[in-house]
Ligand binder design. Sequence first.
Ligand SMILES: NC(=O)c1ccc[n+]([C@@H]2O[C@H](COP(=O)([O-])OP(=O)(O)OC[C@H]3O[C@@H](n4cnc5c(N)ncnc54)[C@H](O)[C@@H]3O)[C@@H](O)[C@H]2O)c1
Length: 437
Amino acid sequence: MRVAMIGSGYVGLVSGACFADFGHRVTCVDKDAAKIARLHEGEIPIFEPDLDRLVAVNVREKRLDFTTDLQGPVAEADAVFIAVGTPSRRGDGHADLSYVHMAAREIAAAVSSFTVVVTKSTVPVGTGDEVERIIAETRPDADVAVVSNPEFLREGAAIQDFKHPDRIVVGTGDERAKKVMTELYRPLYLNQAPMLFTTRRTAELIKYAANAFLATKITFINEIADLCEKVGADVQQVARGIGLDNRIGSKFLHAGPGYGGSCFPKDTLALIKTAQDAEAPLRIVEAVVAANDTRKRGMARKVAAALGGTLRGTTIAVLGLTFKPNTDDMREAPSIPLITALTDMGARVRAYDPVGMDQAKEVLGGIEFAEGPYACAEGADALVIVTEWEQFRALDFERLRGVMKRPVLVDLRNVYRPEEIEGFTYHGIGRPAHGAS
Ligand SMILES: NC(=O)c1ccc[n+]([C@@H]2O[C@H](COP(=O)([O-])OP(=O)(O)OC[C@H]3O[C@@H](n4cnc5c(N)ncnc54)[C@H](O)[C@@H]3O)[C@@H](O)[C@H]2O)c1
């Protein structure tokens, strides 16, 4: 099949490369000329494990190419995917659909014969209807079926997730479109990945409901962690104790500094707005968003408490800036409000991240950046682990003690067992502090 992927970001590039790897002929389109130029040079504009190899193989086999010009690839495509951004709209939190609408207009102008237009971007219920309307208005003669096919991949494990999905959701009532979608996903379908055909509106809502539920699970365990700290219980054991119940499940029960990233914050907000407009408010999700927002900044108070209540005049070493490991994505990373609050409270911040430093420098002003964890810790009053990169799981604490001013570890991801860290005072999330006098 011939595929045009509109938008070559985290989702578009990974999906495009994976579809090419399935044997389809894919062109990834992006308006960002610098991004396309880098891809032509064989460079991958984002950090995603194994993506460089997958792209290189499929470019070499002539199944994958890149362009800024949508016209040709769309005219030839059996399926055109919309994988552009849907950030929060400034002011009200609704999803900003301007990129989706713009893509729909451009696609409409370019389609030739029957084409399936697939929305892969996360979009509010009813967006498919609007895309259909825009296409019909721009090109009344166009023969298209507009399908919803939300994406569930996680950054950092995106290729694995795309190729081994828990399910593929396809929202359409059009039989021709169903055939094309089944053909596109054939290798996964043959591999027993459940393919769920629903109405378009249902498919659109499934994506938001999934993200809101996961955000709720994280926020639930975070609040339980706060309670653990007050009553002298251990959240790790509570999480294990409830997670072993199959009805609950152990995933997404890791207490931490609050969820961030390119999806949960904006998707929970957009879902709340949709629900309010539909007069079916989602009060649980509203509470989740509020609890998560206050939590991120609250982490700075935790650091202050570990240092006796005040941060003025201290140096804080921050390890990990991206919103999770194995990505360079800084969108809505918990490190941002944390560092802002630390500096507001008078601390000097020095930070290190294995991959996300360039992106971090664009969003974090007024702090120092170090070349590695030990340089970061030099002269620091406390070391704060914010993102659980693999390389922070086996730090040399003797060396750290040698370079730090005070041996204080604030482990916002519960990477370490408190009793393992000799000579440090240890402050995790949802468990008793250790070694504190
Ligand atoms: N990042 C994730 O982990 C993830 C997971 C599942 C779903 N999603 C959803 O997928 C969508 C895309 O997310 P992303 O993280 O890949 O975004 P991104 O910002 O990384 O990429 C979007 C790309 O689209 C391009 N673009 C915008 N308008 C265009 C147009 N008219 N023509 C061509 N290119 C255009 C932009 O230049 C950008 O490169 C969002 O709706 C998001 O919610 C993201």
